[in-house]
Design a protein around this ligand. Structure first.
Ligand SMILES: [Zn+2]
Ligand SMILES: [Zn+2]
Length: 129
């Protein structure tokens, strides 16, 4: 009896999840596919983790890996657009994904500031230049 109830409590988990949403592999948030400012939502707006599903172009879903992709850096395009660099936790493949309008700004800024928080040389050296 209790087993039946458990199954009904999680109707959209795993492969049965609807095509217009996915569950984040990192923070377990249920994320709707539609996102402001982008046609292909490919990362979680809460923790910015992605999943290794695209191979050549965003949205092709041609990769068989399927593992978690960790957000490791921010890059800025010529038009000022921020791009998240993801690295696959299984195969080390790198990917670049545009930010979406509802991405967590605190996580974005923290990632962008990370190199300045851990410089490879003493920052005092800049004063001597
Ligand atoms: Zn997440
Ligand atoms: Zn991978």
């Amino acid at each position: 009896m209790s087993r039946r109830r458990d199954e009904r409590a999680r109707p959209r988990s795993g492969r049965n999840a609807s095509a217009d949403a996915f569950r984040c592999l990192h923070c377990r948030l249920d994320v709707p596919m539609s996102a402001p400012g982008t046609r292909h939502r490919n990362h979680c707006p809460n923790c910015l983790y992605s999943r290794h599903v695209d191979r050549d172009v965003p949205g092709d879903r041609a990769a068989e890996c399927g593992a978690r992709m960790e957000p490791i850096a921010i890059s800025v395009r010529g038009d000022g657009e921020w791009v998240i660099i993801h690295r696959c936790t299984a195969c080390d493949e790198l990917g670049a994904n545009r930010t979406a309008g509802d991405d967590n700004p605190l996580v974005l800024v923290r990632m962008a500031a990370r190199p300045l928080a851990a410089p490879p040389f003493p920052l005092e050296r800049l004063a001597a230049l």
